[in-house]
Design a protein around this ligand. Structure first.
Ligand SMILES: [Zn+2]
Ligand SMILES: [Zn+2]
Length: 167
């Protein structure tokens, strides 16, 4: 990653009920999601790519938007951790920051649903991966569709739980 951004992790729920079955987990200082899904209920977790021993979130992207070249990305499931890896079987291109990505489910290939705009770029939106197989349960992570933009959030029951903000 090129330039360094000052990034802040905001926590909105002081009393989140962390536990062995909660949709957001915590061990020590580390907060992470054990499973996420597309809007059709496909699990996006892969065990072939790990971050500190935790399965990664697999998102397929079309670089530049519809019709663009396909790149697979593996995101850290740790909240506030912006690490990502390319496809381990091929070395993906180093994309310039600010590249628009069309974020898709690697299983149904459908574009992830838009949630809210992102302030990083005119027209940018944050796309949903859900904490449960049923999107109507309103637990989601909002991922920006701009490469290199760390601004994301986690909500549960429609309430903001965590937000990553660029200062
Ligand atoms: Zn899907
Ligand atoms: Zn953004």
């Amino acid at each position: 990653m090129g330039q360094t951004k000052r990034v802040r992790l905001e926590s909105y729920l002081e009393s989140y009920p962390f536990g062995p079955t909660s949709r957001i987990r915590k061990d020590g200082e580390r907060v992470w999601v054990p499973d996420v899904y597309c809007h059709n209920g496909h699990s996006l977790m892969v065990h072939g790519v790990l971050f500190d021993g935790l399965p990664a979130i697999h998102v397929r992207t079309l670089v530049g938007g519809e019709g663009g070249p396909v790149e697979d990305f593996y995101l850290s499931p740790v909240i506030g951790d912006s690490r990502k890896k390319g496809d381990p079987r091929k070395i993906g291109p180093q994309l310039p920051e600010g590249t628009r990505l069309m974020l898709c489910c690697p299983i149904c290939k459908e574009e992830l649903r838009p949630l809210v705009p992102c302030t990083c770029r005119v027209g940018a939106r944050r796309r949903a991966v859900y904490l449960t197989p049923n999107p109507s349960e309103q637990g989601a992570i909002g991922l920006c569709e701009t490469y290199g933009c760390p601004q994301s959030f986690v909500s549960e029951d429609g309430e903001l739980v965590y937000e990553i903000v660029v200062e």
